[in-house]
Design a protein around this ligand. Structure first.
Ligand code: PFF
Length: 454
């Protein structure tokens, strides 16, 4: 039934692709803002603990499930649970989450693509104050043709990469895009740090304000750890399924986590130094990137070039994440239903684009259409980020820790990492405690909180 499965050509290929999945809108758009608002360095400290205690252990578990079974999430749960229908259905939840996230993620990614064009046209140079930038943003997203056009264009880019396959599309694309991304970010960090007044931005980001650390900010850190590492829906499982048994997963996962965190922190530095140096307010949410930054670029020497670079950076980051989302869906149809990759990409790329249409129209034609008081866009975001991902992460931790069984998992993990594990027995003790106890308990608390139960 199944065709010959592809594999990454090297461990580096995997690390770049997996980092590409992890590094996305979450790092560049969301992290700087939530860190700034929740106590700066104090929040970063809490976030790093969440990444170490939950993020890394669950990431290792996900990649391991994929590599062991060489299957998509549905196939992986099915094989490891010996055909249990409930666990198999849980893998299906990951495929659904892939659909849902991609449908709204690509809308924001489309704005970023559109903003590359706006900055190339030099539109931002006339933005002398925030109200002009706000109005401009409002008129763009209020235009269904603009928003759907870029949403569609972003989809085409995503589909082309996935269409080309694991090695020639995703791996090659990541090997080209990730170094460019890092390079652009470094240029922007240097630009930000050398602006007069940059230290106010650094203060905002780094002054630990412990009074802002509350139960809520801990939960925000925990929820973000999931989103940013692409955990809980099988993206990392799918990428892990293209790894060979000789690769060291512990080491690869640690590098992915390191890169993801590094990029988020660098993005924070690049953005806040520039925002403060040009005397702007650190606004929140989409506003920071699409409304405040254009004004920042207008006031900055050489701003139009930096604007093009910034939105290129954001688009590349979003693209390498979007391809991992589409790949989950494609891998399922290729592995389980015996479809050709090309057919799966065309069918589900187009289907996900269509599901994203109401999200795109939430900003204009369908702004009055609400689900439980949220626009379609907000509802899709809420469903995926607040429910599907934490739920998926919870069950992955339980599954690896208890159902498949930590001992069997450790035997598998030793493939490619035997020396490291045998030489440091404490590593597996920690993994076991974090995965079996700490992660499920903490994720459960987050879930209850996000659902408004506590
Ligand atoms: N990790 C991506 C980000 O930080 O933007 C978002 C994401 C990608 C979440 C892929 C989940 C996923 F499967």
């Amino acid at each position: 039934m199944t065709q010959q499965r592809e594999q990454w050509s090297s461990k580096l290929g995997f690390i770049l692709a997996a980092s590409g999945s992890a590094i996305g809108l979450g790092n560049i758009w969301k992290f700087p803002y939530i860190a700034g608002e929740n106590g700066g360095a104090a929040f970063v400290f809490v976030y790093l603990i969440c990444i170490a205690v939950i993020g890394l252990p669950v990431l290792v578990g996900e990649i391991l499930m994929g590599r062991t079974t060489q299957r998509n999430p549905v196939g992986a749960f099915n094989r490891l649970s010996k055909g249990n229908p409930y666990w198999t259905a849980l893998g299906g939840l990951g495929v659904v989450a892939g659909f849902v996230i991609l449908s709204f993620y690509s809308v924001v990614a489309g704005w970023s693509l559109g903003y590359i064009v706006e900055s190339m046209k030099g539109v931002f140079s006339t933005f002398t104050d925030a109200s002009i930038a706000n109005e401009h943003f409002g008129s763009l997203v209020g235009n269904p043709a603009w928003i759907l056009g870029y949403h569609g264009l972003f989809f085409i880019l995503t589909m082309v990469v996935v269409y080309l396959g694991v090695k020639d599309g995703i791996e090659k694309g990541s090997k080209i895009m990730m170094p460019i991304l890092l390079f652009i970010l470094l240029i922007l960090v240097i630009r930000g740090l050398t602006l007069p007044g940059a230290e106010k931005g650094m203060d905002f980001l780094w002054n630990p304000d412990w009074t802002k650390i509350s139960g809520e900010s801990v939960l925000i850190a925990l929820g973000h750890a999931f989103f940013t590492l692409s955990l809980g829906m099988g993206a990392m499982m799918t990428y892990g399924s293209y790894l060979s048994k000789k690769d060291n997963i512990l080491n690869a996962a640690t590098q992915v986590v390191f890169l993801d965190t590094l990029i988020a922190i660098l993005a924070g530095i690049a953005i806040f130094t520039a925002v403060f140096a040009t005397g702007q307010d650190p606004a929140s949410g989409p506003g920071l990137i699409f409304q405040t930054l254009p004004v920042v670029f207008a006031k900055m020497p050489g701003g139009s070039i930096f604007a093009v670079l910034f939105f290129l950076l954001l688009t590349l980051a979003a693209l390498t994440s979007a391809i991992s989302l589409l790949e989950v869906v494609v891998a399922y149809f290729v592995d389980e239903k015996g479809w050709q990759r090309h057919k799966a990409v065309m069918t589900f790329g187009f289907a996900t684009f269509l599901i994203g249409v109401p999200s795109a129209l939430s900003f204009n034609l369908m702004s009055d259409f609400t689900i439980f008081g949220n626009t379609f866009f907000d509802a899709a975001d809420y469903l995926a980020s607040n429910i599907l991902l934490p739920l998926g992460g919870f069950f992955i931790a339980i599954f690896v820790g208890w159902v498949w069984g930590i001992d069997k998992a450790i035997v598998e993990l030793k493939n490619g990492a035997a020396e490291m594990i045998d030489g440091n027995p404490w590593l597996m003790t920690l993994w076991s405690i974090f995965l079996r106890f700490l992660s499920p308990i903490l994720i459960f608390i987050v879930l209850l909180y996000k659902l408004g139960i506590i």
